[in-house]
Design a binder for this molecule. Structure first.
Ligand code: SAH
Length: 395
């Protein structure tokens, strides 16, 4: 085997990595000893030569993502151990055998010590998404680890990395099964049935991260008119229906998403006339809603994917939330979210606060929401806290 290249940091630039932050920015690197290609395993050392850890290198501002701290080179059973630990966390938090739920995130990147890798479990099928070439290159080892850890609970592993790998890497990955086969399947979340299409759907097929927040919505829905804006496959809508809503409107700009929402309504509440769905742009739809709704859910896609889009994103959140505040009925409940990683909890709060001020409504915070236990945040990597939500009472 070719010796590992070593990435040597500039003097004084090692502090965050010594505090177990997994990202090595290109500006912190003094030199690289040895030849590297994108995705290679490299060691990362201080300027005095002491090894801090091992990770995958990448072209871009995050030049290395460290997954193993300390001087020992990750051995053959490294990925098996990591996947095992990830599974144990889900077991310990009651997700692997939860009654009424058979879908959860099994690997959440940095949160599970596997930066650049996502794995979602859909009632037997694991959908992998590599965001780095390094993780994509070890996908076979990850698949073997999944087989060993999940045993008979695993039917298939589907690799859906073609669109998530950095395009500059030019590796022309194709999506496909790495183990077994399965077709788009049905999953259960809190007793609600969902058709999940991991082949064609957004992300890995479903937004697992809103599971607990969807459940919370049910407790506010009794006798209410509910608008589920950015509904995707309808998750929040079924919670509202389960909770006794009088009327539920689901809106998404994607016709395919609305088709899936309608299919899922039929699965869970066949023939229920309380539900109606609309293919529409959120900003257009919100223009016209008047005071029709007691409860509004706003769960938009990430408005800012990069730091330089932050201020525009905050304007977007402000505009969207102002529309909701202006039109929601008295004693209304607003569930509002941001899933942009670069938008901090404080940023988001401020955007929502200015929206409330624009609308001139009295607003109280009832809940401050986050991502669920299967999307854990590595304490040394605060950037991993991406999902932020507020439940607000609007007088
Ligand atoms: N709340 C959903 C997940 C929302 S994901 C759930 O619980 O599963 C964001 C959704 O917003 C996607 O389905 C996307 O199609 C939709 N979307 C993106 N831009 C939009 C726009 N301008 N207007 C309406 N919907 C939009």
């Amino acid at each position: 085997m070719q010796p590992l290249a070593s990435v040597i940091l500039k003097k004084g630039k090692e502090e965050s990595m010594e505090r177990f932050h997994p990202w090595v920015f290109s500006g912190a690197i003094d030199r690289i000893d040895g030849a590297i290609e994108e995705g290679d395993l490299v060691s990362v050392s201080r300027s005095d030569g002491k090894i801090i850890g091992y990770g995958h290198c990448a072209i871009g501002s995050i030049a290395v993502r460290i997954f193993s701290f300390g001087v020992t080179i990750p051995g053959d059973d490294f990925w098996k151990n990591r996947v095992d630990q990830a599974y144990i966390l889900r077991q310990q938090t009651g997700l692997t055998d939860a009654p009424g739920t058979n879908v959860y995130r099994l690997i959440h990147g940095e949160g599970d010590g596997m930066p650049g890798l996502i794995a979602d479990y859909y009632n037997g099928t694991v959908v992998l998404q590599a965001h780095t070439v390094g993780m994509w290159l070890v996908r076979k080892a990850i698949t073997d680890a999944l087989k060993a850890v999940l045993g008979t609970k695993l039917i298939a592993v589907y690799d859906k990395s073609a669109k998530t790998l950095p395009f500059k890497a030019n590796i022309e990955a194709k999506d496909g099964y790495l183990y077994g086969t399965s077709s788009a399947g049905e999953v259960l979340e809190h007793g609600n049935r969902f058709r999940v299409d991991w082949l064609e759907g957004q992300k890995t097929g479903f937004f697992i991260d809103q599971r607990e927040n969807r459940k919370l919505l049910a407790s506010f829905a009794q006798g209410k008119s509910v608008l589920n804006m950015f509904c995707y496959t309808g998750g929040f809508s079924f919670s509202a229906m389960q909770g006794g809503a009088l009327l539920v409107h689901s809106v998404d700009s994607s016709a395919k998403a609305i088709e899936q929402t309608n299919e899922n309504v039929e699965l869970n509440f066949p023939g229920d006339t309380r539900h109606e769905s609309f293919v529409a742009d959120a900003f257009d739809f919100m223009q016209e809603i008047k005071t029709k709704y007691d409860v509004i859910v706003l769960d938009p896609p990430a408005f800012a994917k990069h730091r330089n889009a932050l201020s525009q994103a905050l304007q977007g959140y402000k505009r969207l939330n102002a529309k909701a505040f202006q039109q929601i009925r008295p004693h209304g409940i607003l569930f509002t979210f941001s899933c942009s990683q670069v938008v901090t909890r404080n940023n988001f709060r401020e955007a929502v606060f200015s929206a409330a001020a624009v609308a001139g409504r009295e607003v109280r915070i009832l809940h401050q929401l986050s991502q669920p236990v299967d999307h854990p945040i590595n304490i040394y990597h605060p950037e991993g806290e991406y999902l932020k939500g507020l439940v607000l009472y609007v007088e």
